[in-house]
Design a protein around this ligand. Structure first.
Ligand code: FAD
Ligand code: NAD
Length: 468
């Protein structure tokens, strides 16, 4: 009885802990199994939370150097205490972890510390750190084991100078220079953190723009803002090798068909994507099928090839985002408990926490073109917003894509101050199929950054803006 549960959840990231809490709320006896020493997974320990802590600290330092004097604030002898910069991030992570421990106790969830591997479809072996093996039996099992950084063929992550985002969060010295392979989400967030500290940053990206999977205008606009931070870009470049020579790294790369180039720096951060994490899980022992890309195969209800086993979050196909993992976790817990639940991947917002922030929901212009879908564009610059002028946040725009026949909002793409928060307004509109005509009748508080969306909707519906 002791280790017999209604539901065992493997992995305590935003997918796993949300699934565990929701199932416990619905009256189930739940076990949460985690191999890492603290709860919270990638997001809490080495992902969303620590990056945002460092992004905020670095932005304060950057503004103190570049902007405060304009406001009449003098900061003589400004300097950065790099150890404290890292320590504050660690404190934020610890606080979040403590919050999760409290939630586990509150919801009477049993936490097993150790690495889970399948024995069969109802039994897991949990290997603890001190030879404390435990066998857990569960009617239902949820795989929420997340992801880990991908590497390039022939490139070894030595975790010393050739590093991933995990090591970049806990460096013991401020790098003078850093090469970042990959201009995706991790690449641009870390480029921001270190360039604001005056580290010389170069991004080497395979595609012809930053953030190539988002609406292309966003990455192009971010490139302009990155120019002001003195971030160098090597676009359309394929990396061939990375070597640690002791005191520095050398990265060799080439343009297709052109000569090889090489750059040296203190560190090379490899940020070319993440892959499913199923090491030691042994899903085959339960008959759980794994796709060729290493992800766990699930159907539309997130059920694996074994009926009592589900998989959620980064370990399955789909966007690798914390809020998507959370939604998966809630959905599966409710499904197992016999509740009515609904999962809709059409409207998953994506946010990049650079400054200006970048945020998107719905279809991109490239996707609409590829589908031959008719659309009109409404675009409004932050430069023309009174609120943006008051805070000197002048970079960026809001771009809305509208269906010309019914006035439905097809996509919203924002780069600018507080885009991360503005995007939820667009999500509400799209989720409820509010037409652009109805949105034009809405009163926005003035002055706010969200007015850029109001103006973009107006222009997208074919009406002239009052402000440009
Ligand atoms: P994870 O959070 O990866 O958790 C999986 C857990 O399972 C881990 O704790 C792991 O130790 C454990 N585990 C694995 N195998 C076993 C096993 N066999 N036994 C026991 N335990 C096991 N997303 C956002 O939405 N917003 C952001 O701002 C954001 N920033 C990010 C920044 C960085 C640097 C990174 C790397 C990612 C970021 N992400 C962000 C992505 C986000 O962290 C992930 O999408 C999210 O954590 C996925 O949640 P998950 O529950 O599927 O898995
Ligand atoms: P990514 O897929 O966002 O970007 C990887 C980039 O690397 C792409 O632009 C790709 O073109 C480039 N690339 C691939 N191979 C290359 C090569 N050989 N040479 C040069 N460039 C190459 O992946 P990521 O930035 O590593 O992030 C991983 C995951 O973590 C993402 O799915 C993301 O959703 C998640 N994440 C989210 C946030 C957020 O929501 N704010 C923050 C960080 C990470």
């Amino acid at each position: 009885m002791e280790n017999k549960y209604d539901i065992a959840v493997i992995g305590s990231g935003p997918g796993g802990y949300v699934a565990a809490i929701r199932a416990a709320q619905l009256g189930k006896r739940v076990a949460l199994i985690e191999k890492y020493k603290t709860l919270g997974g990638t997001c809490t320990n080495v992902g969303c939370i620590p990056t945002k802590a460092l992004l905020d600290s670095s932005e304060h330092y950057h503004l103190a150097q570049t902007d405060f004097a304009v406001h009449g604030i003098e900061t003589d002898n400004l300097r950065l205490d790099f150890n404290q910069f890292i320590q504050r991030k660690d404190d934020v992570v610890t606080q979040n972890g403590a919050g999760l421990n409290f939630l586990m106790k509150k919801n009477k969830i049993t936490v097993h510390s150790g690495t889970a591997s399948f024995i069969d479809a109802h039994h897991l072996l949990i290997k603890g750190t001190e030879n404390t093996d435990v066998i857990v039996e569960a009617a239902h099992i949820i795989i929420a084991t997340g992801s880990k950084p991908a590497t390039l063929p022939g490139v070894t992550i030595d975790k010393k100078r050739i590093i991933t985002s995990t090591e970049a969060l806990s460096l013991t010295e401020q790098p003078k220079s850093m090469l970042i392979i990959g201009g995706g989400v991790i690449g641009v967030e870390f480029a921001s953190i270190f360039a604001r500290l005056k580290t010389k940053v170069t991004i080497i990206e395979y595609a012809d723009s930053l953030l190539p999977t988002m609406d292309r205008e966003l990455g192009k606009a971010l490139q302009k803002s990155f120019g002001k931070l003195d971030i160098k870009l090597e676009l359309n470049k394929r990396v061939q090798s990375v070597q640690n020579s002791g005191n520095e790294v050398k990265v060799v790369f080439e343009n297709e068909g052109s000569e090889q180039q090489e750059l040296n720096a203190d560190y090379c951060l490899v940020a070319i994507g993440r892959k499913a994490y199923t090491d030691q899980l042994n899903p085959g022992a339960a008959g759980v099928e794994v796709l060729q890309n290493g992800k766990i195969k699930v159907d539309g209800k997130l059920q694996t090839s074994v009926p009592n086993i589900y998989a959620i979050g980064d370990v399955i196909n789909g966007p690798m985002l914390a809020h998507k993992a959370e939604e998966d976790g809630k959905y599966v817990a409710e499904l197992i408990c016999g509740e009515q639940s609904h999962l809709d991947y059409k409207l998953v917002p994506g946010v990049v926490y650079t400054w200006p922030e970048v945020a998107s929901i719905g279809q991109t212009e490239e996707e609409l073109k590829a589908d031959n879908t008719a659309y009109t564009i409404g675009k409004f610059p932050f430069l023309a917003s009174g609120r943006a002028r008051a805070s000197r946040d002048l970079d960026g725009f809001a771009k809305v894509l509208i269906d010309p026949k019914y006035g439905e909002v097809l996509g919203v793409h924002v780069i600018g101050a507080r885009a991360a928060d503005i995007i939820s307004q667009a999500t509400i509109a799209m989720k409820n199929e509010i037409t652009v005509k109805e949105l034009n009748d809405m009163i926005y508080p003035h002055p706010t950054f969200s007015e850029v969306l109001k103006e973009a909707y107006l222009i997208g519906s074919g009406k002239p803006s009052i402000n440009i």
